[in-house]
Design a protein around this ligand. Sequence first.
Ligand SMILES: Nc1ncnc2c1ncn2[C@@H]1O[C@H](COP(=O)(O)OP(=O)(O)OP(=O)(O)O)[C@@H](O)[C@H]1O
Ligand SMILES: [Mg+2]
Length: 221
Amino acid sequence: MSELLSVQHLTKSFQTSSQQPVCILNDISFSLQAGESMAVCGESGSGKSTLLFVLGGLLPLDKGHIFFQQQPIVYNHLVASSEIGYVFQHYQLIEELNVEENIYLPSRIQQKTVDRHFFNKIVDLLKIASLLQRQTTHLSGGECQRIAIARTLLTQPKLILADEPTGSLDEATGMRVMDLFFYVCQTLGTSFILVTHNAVFAEKTNKVFYLKRGKMSDEKD
Ligand SMILES: Nc1ncnc2c1ncn2[C@@H]1O[C@H](COP(=O)(O)OP(=O)(O)OP(=O)(O)O)[C@@H](O)[C@H]1O
Ligand SMILES: [Mg+2]
C-alpha cells in the first residue's frame, strides 16, 4: 500500500473576538494508506469538522504540514480538489439546480466522464430515483443527505472526507446508506475519513481515533 495522506504536527486555533485564541487541534499527526479508512469520533465541539476542513484545504492551519499523495495541501489551493470528495454535515446542495443536476455538478466541473450505469446504481441503492427531477428546496434532510452522498460518490475521488453523513437520517436508512457507502468505497478502493458518533459505523473502518481537548488518540478515554 502507498501513503495517501500524511498529517504532521497539525495545529489549528480559532480567534474569538474577546478571548485568547482557542486551540482546537493541537499537534496532531497521523497517516492514511491508499484504500484505508478511518473514523474520527469525539464530543460536539471537539474539532471534528474543523479537522476535515483543514485536511481538504478549506481552512488554513496554524502549524504543521499535510501531504496528499506526497503533495502539500495548501489552503484555498484546489490542486487536490478532484481527488478529495466531501460529504458535508450540512449538505450544501445548489437550490437553482434540480437533483440530477446537483449530482452531476462536481463531475462536470472536474470534467470527469460519468458512467451512466454507475450513476443508476448509486441512485438506485440510495433510493433517490424518484427525486431526480425535483428541485432541492422542499426535500427532507434525509433526502438531501442521500443526494449529497451520491454527488460525492459519482466523482470517484481517492479520498472522501465524510462529516456525519447519516446524522440526519433515521436509523434504518442510516444503516442502509452507510452500508452502501462502505461497499462502494471498498469496491473502488476509495479511502475515507468518517466523522461519526456511531460506534457500529466507526468499527467498520480500519482505525478509529478519538478527538479530545485538541489531541487525537486511538484510545477512547
Ligand atoms: N470559524 C470559527 N471561528 C471560531 N470558532 C470556531 C469556528 N469554527 C468552529 N469553531 C469552534 O471550534 C470548535 C470545534 O468546532 P467543530 O465544528 O470542528 O466541532 P465538531 O467536533 O465538528 O462538533 P459537532 O459534533 O457539533 O459537529 C467549536 O467550539 C466551535 O465553536
Ligand atoms: Mg461537526
